[in-house]
Design a protein around this ligand. Structure first.
Ligand SMILES: Nc1nc2c(c(=O)[nH]1)N[C@H]1C(S)=C(S)[C@@H](COP(=O)(O)OP(=O)(O)OC[C@H]3O[C@@H](n4cnc5c(N)ncnc54)[C@H](O)[C@@H]3O)O[C@H]1N2
Ligand code: MOO
Length: 403
């Protein structure tokens, strides 16, 4: 059996960045940058006032109070186009250009206006309340790097840089195929021995969360011809994810169908729990990730293998999900030969340390336990027995942005 690390390395090695496309800056949040944009203007474009008040020459107001003559106005979006002369002041507003000759702004609270006579009540220091041209960014600045998943903060900056279009990687198109006679979609008529195909819905949501575009195929019942047809349709996508049918029972038909369609099975057994019957297969440019059917196994394997595969398609490194140290709350028995992803509660103590406590039941069919977990406690194969208080590694599920 392969280790998780070996399987991760083999999966990610076969994916590389999809081509770029242009999207409107207003649609670009959450997309992955292919080519970093360049600022097309400086911000601010000129020296601007940071306050509502009066533009002055500091040398005209060596001490307060001093009176100055009001000679004009500079509103945001307008300007006062004469040089300020000795003894003059201009009414100015936040975001408005500072008139030539002025070197400081006195806020209006520190002034008294009487017609065209303005009394300055606080002596300014040169440069006070002026934002210099290019303070935020200069023409030609490139504040982003390729491969960055654009946040709303990035979008604000790119828009301010006067970049209407951004070059991002095309979204990975992922087909999702659930197989099994027992499965129906939520809300459909359901037979006595049937269950809901929850995993297709969950994986489609994960694909969206991780930047891809899912297509949820109709459920394929346990019929090799039908499964083969769906697999053929799946090859039109960047990746086909199959759910279930990966194991060894005679109703587990996905492996056979993949072989019949000319796929080479790279591997189909991983030394992990849950998730042992994970499959990965390739044919030319087509890739199939076969996730095990038990719903918790599906979710664990999606995090470990599907997420990095999508990241690679998006021009990112596709590293294995990171673990962080935590203190285990109970004693743990020695682990066996499979790396364990134990569903667990996670509490952040007042001093910032994390305490992890495994749930009592670890059945890989139990979504209620998964949903009530904040962590996977990751136990390497052959991990020795642990005492309460020992340090272990965990995946912080609440830190995964909606997983
Ligand atoms: N003799 C053995 N039996 C099993 C082994 C084994 O090594 N030897 N492995 C077990 C493990 S571990 C897992 S995980 C499962 C995975 O098997 P499959 O990938 O073939 O999945 P299925 O048999 O089709 O289904 C398993 C289970 O999951 C439910 N399921 C399937 N698809 C969905 C879906 N889309 N949504 C919700 N639930 C789904 C299905 O109804 C079954 O209950 O095999 C063990 N057996
Ligand atoms: O590994 Mo299975 O995925 O134990 O349920």
């Amino acid at each position: 059996m392969l280790t998780v690390r070996e399987a991760h390395a083999r999966v990610t090695a076969t994916f590389s960045a999809l081509p770029a496309e242009l999207v409107s800056v207003s649609e670009a949040a959450g997309r992955v940058l292919a080519t970093p944009p360049t600022a097309r203007l400086a911000q601010p474009p000129a020296d601007l006032s940071a306050m509502d008040g009066y533009a002055v020459r500091a040398e005209d107001v060596p001490a307060a109070p001093t009176t100055l003559k009001l000679v004009g106005r500079s509103p945001a979006g307008g300007s006062y186009d004469h040089a300020l002369q000795p003894g003059e002041t201009v009414r100015i507003f936040t975001g408005a250009p500072v008139p030539m000759g002025a070197d400081s702004i006195v806020i209006q609270e520190d002034t008294k206006a009487d017609g065209e006579t303005i009394t300055i009540l606080e002596a300014p220091t040169p440069g006070r309340h002026i934002r210099r041209a290019g303070l935020d960014f200069q023409v030609g600045d490139r504040p982003f790097v390729a491969g960055r998943t654009l946040t709303t903060r990035d979008i604000a900056l790119a828009a301010a840089m006067n970049v209407p279009w951004l070059s991002v990687h095309r979204k990975p198109r992922v087909a999702i195929l659930s197989t099994g006679d027992e499965l129906v979609m939520p809300g459909e008529p359901i037979g006595r021995n049937q269950i809901i195909s929850s995993s297709g819905i969950a994986v489609a949501a994960l694909v969206r969360l991780w930047g891809g575009e899912p297509t949820l195929f109709d459920i394929a019942h346990d019929d090799s011809t039908l499964i083969e047809e769906r697999i053929a349709a799946g090859t039109q996508h960047d990746l086909l994810v199959t759910l279930g049918g990966a194991s060894v029972g005679e109703h587990d038909l996905v492996q056979g169908a993949l072989k019949a369609q000319g796929f080479t099975l790279d591997f189909w057994r991983i030394a992990m729990r849950p998730g042992k019957p994970l499959m990965f297969a390739a044919r030319d440019r087509a890739r199939v990730l076969g996730l095990p059917g038990n719903p918790v196994s599906t979710m664990v394997c999606a995090l470990l293998f599907l997420k990095p595969a999508l990241e690679r398609l998006l021009g990112q490194p596709g590293a294995l999900v990171e673990t962080v140290p935590a203190i285990v709350g109970v004693d743990l028995k020695q682990n066996d030969t499979r790396e364990d992803y134990v569903r667990a509660g996670l509490v952040r103590e007042a001093d910032g340390t994390l305490t992890v406590t495994p749930h009592k039941i670890q059945d890989s069919s139990m979504l209620s336990v998964l949903a009530a977990s904040q962590a996977f406690l990751v136990r390497p194969a052959h991990d020795p027995a642990r005492k309460a208080g020992d340090t272990v590694q965990v995946i912080d599920l609440d830190g995964l942005g909606g997983y």
